[in-house]
Design a binder for this molecule. Structure first.
Ligand code: ATP
Ligand code: ATP
Ligand code: MG
Ligand code: MG
Ligand code: MG
Length: 259
């Protein structure tokens, strides 16, 4: 009983300080699958793009947006997703550790829960999927859009490379031969390689592979019957689109996302 009196809660708690993320900035939480190179092989993902795995990621992102209403836009490619929180979000008092940890753990749990729906024939093996996460603040809409553009450019560059790489491997080259073959090639040369050697027009590949996935709240189609909520306002739902988010036109067509 004497020991209990020795504990000073305020004192012990005082070590738990954390600086808040800069106010009035867009917080982006980017999560990325841990060791998914190995995970994707272990679970026999189709290469270079497994549509089931991408749709699973997208479905988890939709769940994140439905659970955490401060997330106003998400962009995903490969084993990563970026979640943009509204500028004046007070989620977890803007403490990075709280924001990142709940989004990462929620996403990971969803990934495991939804796995069977996307891979009905394939059980999850050990070690289970897990994700890392970080939070970064972007102080203006322009810089936030530059960030998103960077992720979409990365998607394109990686996808073009991976498409060439796996076509070469599937046509009989070893992985290191394919790597050497592509070393130093420019985008234009890769595009020509696909057409000339494999008859593939890059532009005809699925938009989800080329553009990644954008997830956001949108109004339900007003032409649909029963789309109005009880208060007469049209209901909103989370949509997944595969579009160019570098161009101004996307943001002009959806002015409310970042308002
Ligand atoms: P780290 O733990 O550092 O993130 P990693 O192995 O996850 O390492 P990344 O750079 O994140 O490496 O790359 C993810 C890898 O996962 C890709 O290179 C690809 O091999 C694989 N991958 C992820 N999603 C898919 C998918 N939908 N289809 C096929 N392969 C995928
Ligand atoms: P927050 O999201 O802010 O953490 P919380 O509801 O999780 O809110 P905590 O202060 O973390 O609140 O408290 C966790 C609560 O979960 C406990 O008050 C208790 O009601 C419940 N709980 C946790 N573990 C157990 C357990 N093993 N048995 C019974 N109840 C539990
Ligand atoms: Mg990583
Ligand atoms: Mg990864
Ligand atoms: Mg990655």
């Amino acid at each position: 009983e004497e020991d209990i009196n020795k504990v000073k809660p305020e004192y012990v708690k005082s070590f738990e300080f954390e600086r808040k993320l800069l106010p009035s900035t867009w917080i982006v939480v980017r999560i990325d699958g841990r060791h998914f190179h190995r995970f994707s092989e272990e679970h026999e993902f189709e290469k270079p793009n497994d549509g089931r795995a991408l749709n699973l990621m997208n479905s988890c992102a939709v769940a994140v947006m439905e659970e955490f209403k401060d997330v106003v836009f998400s962009y995903g490619v490969s084993d990563e997703f970026s979640f943009v929180l509204k500028r004046d979000s007070q989620f977890h008092d803007r403490h990075a550790s709280g924001i990142v940890s709940v989004i990462v753990s929620f996403f990971s749990s969803m990934y495991v829960m939804k796995w069977k729906g996307f891979f009905p024939q394939k059980g999850l093996k050990n070690p289970p999927p897990s994700f890392d996460g970080r939070a970064v603040c972007y102080p203006s809409k322009e810089i936030l859009r530059d960030y998103l553009a960077w992720r979409q450019v990365d998607c394109h560059i990686n996808n073009q490379y991976n498409t060439c790489f796996w076509m070469l491997v599937k046509s009989g080259k070893s992985k290191s031969e394919a790597q050497d073959y592509l070393k130093g090639t420019r985008a234009q040369e890769k595009s020509e390689l696909l057409v000339q050697q494999f008859g593939i027009d890059y532009q005809t590949l699925p938009a989800m592979f080329r553009q990644g996935s954008s997830v956001f709240w949108d109004k339900e189609d007003p032409t649909e019957r029963y789309s109005d909520g009880p208060d007469g306002k049209s209901r909103k739902k989370v949509v997944v689109e595969h579009c160019n988010i570098i161009e101004q036109s996307f943001w002009e067509a959806h002015p409310n996302i970042l308002d």
